[in-house]
Design a protein. Structure first.
Length: 369
């Protein structure tokens, strides 16, 4: 079987799972605005497009002439492609009128109230229903091609991280380290950073999302490095905390508390458990050690075409049941105001009762540079 045929088989399987959900909601079609969602169902990676998917599996992709050739090369299978010549809502309405549909779901997170009203006025005979996270529900469970691509993104990210470690020394700015890491993502075969790279040293390590700044890294500081490269649309998300020289005893202490909390969270990342189960496994340990108030975010989220998946990244409260081939992060942290912080994050694949850590970087000992 050729690679194009394999891709088409996977796309058809994704379409079949999505249309099943459309039918379960007693609808005839879904209007998709989210770029990750229409890419998932077409393989088209360009921006500024919309997809209509009917319950019968028919696809109508609306884009513009800039992407005509790209669509032809990227998107296999039967699909009507419309080059837009008018307002997007009018274009969608025109295509819906040509289809045998009555009840139409619309991605509520990606359309404004004004656009939704305009769509209803343009098609008064159709019943429009705002819906949320329908395609995302299918995307939660990764297929073979997705896992292969995701693993490549993770490997590129890990290799790039290893290559920036020798550059970390007193007087070097966080920004310089972050820029080099972003550069290495592409040099190592990736498509660039999938989010703004976090390099947070010293007191800035207590900022959960302390993106690289002009601050100079100093000896005796912890450095939180949160990074991930895109590869063919899929993103890694990894964090390591390293030390430049010896750090004060409490900072070293919290490193090993976070490490143990992460191990417990990963151990709980099994099929049948919920996001809350995973979060509590790590959070309870941090609380037991007296640092519960310094861990304020959720322990993780899904990853894939977007850096935050699994419907919502609110894993501490999530009742989402883990299933095989879901890919998530496990990333507990402790953040001491004005002193520093520690976060350790890995990408984990749900595999029955044996979670598989996809991001293989050393962490069992605090790395002292």
């Amino acid at each position: 079987m050729s690679s194009d045929q394999e891709l088409l088989t996977l796309l058809n399987n994704r379409i079949s799972k999505t249309t099943k959900l459309i039918k379960e909601k007693q609808a005839d079609a879904l209007v998709i605005f989210n770029q990750a969602n229409y890419r998932f169902l077409t393989n088209f990676s360009g921006e500024e497009a919309e997809l209509i998917l009917t319950a019968n599996g028919d696809r109508v992709l609306l884009s513009d002439s800039r992407f005509k050739d790209q669509i032809r090369h990227q998107a296999p299978g039967e699909m009507k492609v419309v080059m837009q010549t008018m307002d997007v809502i009018k274009e969608i309405a025109g295509q819906l009128k040509q289809l045998d549909v009555k009840t139409v779901l619309v991605e509520g997170e990606f359309i404004s109230a004004t656009q939704f009203e305009a769509l209803k006025q343009a098609c008064p005979d159709l019943n429009f229903i705002l819906d949320a996270e329908l395609v995302e529900t299918v995307r939660n469970i990764k297929d073979e091609l997705e896992l292969e691509t995701l693993q490549k993104a993770i490997d590129i990210s890990a290799q790039s991280f290893k290559e920036i470690l020798p550059l970390i020394e007193p007087g070097v700015s966080e920004r310089a380290i972050g820029a080099k890491l972003d550069y290495l993502f592409k040099m190592n075969g990736g498509d660039g950073p999938s989010f703004e790279t976090i390099i947070a040293s010293g007191y800035r390590g207590s900022w959960a999302h302390g993106v690289a700044s002009d601050k100079k890294i100093q000896k005796g500081e912890l450095i939180v490095i949160d990074f991930g490269s895109f590869y063919h649309g899929y993103t890694a998300d990894i964090t390591r905390t390293v030390a430049l020289g010896q750090v004060e005893p409490e900072l070293e202490k919290i490193y090993y508390i976070v490490l143990e909390a992460q191990k417990r969270g990963i151990a709980a990342a099994i099929a049948g458990n919920t996001g809350k189960d995973i979060d509590q496994a790590g959070r309870n340990y941090i609380k037991e050690q007296g640092y519960g108030e310094y861990f304020g975010h959720g322990i993780g989220h899904g990853i894939g075409l977007e850096v935050h998946e699994l419907c919502t990244p609110a894993m501490p409260y999530s009742k989402e049941v883990m299933k095989n081939n879901m890919a998530i992060t496990v990333e507990p942290g402790i953040y001491l105001p004005d002193r520093g912080g520690v976060r350790i994050e890995d990408d984990v694949l749900i595999k029955d009762n044996h979670p598989y850590v996809m991001s293989q970087l050393p962490k069992d000992e605090l790395l002292i540079l």
